[in-house]
Design a binder for this molecule. Sequence first.
Ligand code: ZN
Ligand code: ZN
Length: 372
Amino acid sequence: MAKRDYYEVLGVSKNATEEEIKKAYRKIAMANHPDTHPDDKDAEERFKEASEAYEVLSDKTKRQNYDQFGFAGVEGAAGNYSNVYRDFSDIFSGFGGFGDIFDSFFGGGARSSRSSQGGVNAVRGASLQYTVTISFKDAIFGTKADVSYSHDDACDVCHGTGGTGTKTCPTCHGRGQVSRGNGFFQMASTCPTCHGSGMVIENPCSSCHGTGLKKKNEKLSVTIPCGSDDGTKLVLRGKGNAGPNGGPAGDLVILVRVQDDKYFVREGRNVFLQVPISFTQAALGCEIEVPVVEGGKVRVSIPSGIQSGKSLRLKNRGVPAFKGSPDDRGDMYLTVIVETPKHLGLKARGLMKDLAAALGEDSSPSPIPFER
Ligand SMILES: [Zn+2]
Ligand SMILES: [Zn+2]
């Protein structure tokens, strides 16, 4: 894929101020951060792309080089986020908790990922994703879904602390970091044993072997709000994995998948339905009954002389806004498809010829094409 212009990536103008660039980056980074988008490759890409753009545009010299020479002027900047990383504490100040998320995403380093909550090696637990598939109609009007999943919970023997007492971590000898010189992120990373605290538990709990965690099967009844659509994500705070050693829990992200309907097609808050009518119904006009998404049927008058492909709007028969009022709905569009009779009997054929004559149609020359 072609590399996008850094200004375009952040959605700012070429003469944007430092503050505007920082603001734009913060917005993208928060909207795509890996914690609320677990296993979302697109979000991760957007996040990386924005981080790279920010690394260049937030640095006066690099920005000048980029403005003058394009990507060639800042070669080597890509893939090295150490400067960006240093700025995170600044950028995300006032957004308590995000520091930890970025620590785990960037493999830690400059800041300890210890949480104020929990024991010596407390870190935030992972977020989990669960996919719920619902019917077309349930997505429109909302439903409840049973979610049954397994996650890490606090060990009930040590109450999540992992044990008693502390000693210096044998892996990093108390530094909290280990060097990791190759790969995408060229930087020191958080020690995997102590998660950056430099300390480990001296007397680990025999039940959980010091992790403070145990597996738990959970059943939840999750409300899927009206107006949900395929791809809607619902975030249940704190329902993910418990953090090791008493750290805060991650989230449970419910990904909503919606089954196709046999007849209706949805686009945003409107629904579309194709109805076949006969050639004579189209010419003379008629009353037909059509199904609606809430169930049942409504009568609709088709005006005489309607053309095939023409749409009629049925107000307030569409989709409510997400979590909105179920009475305030989008619209339904009926697309009329006029069916030409395929097999004419002798009598019908004769009548059709009479009709053609009555309409002044001459069947011999080829018709004049429509003007474009
Ligand atoms: Zn335990
Ligand atoms: Zn360590």
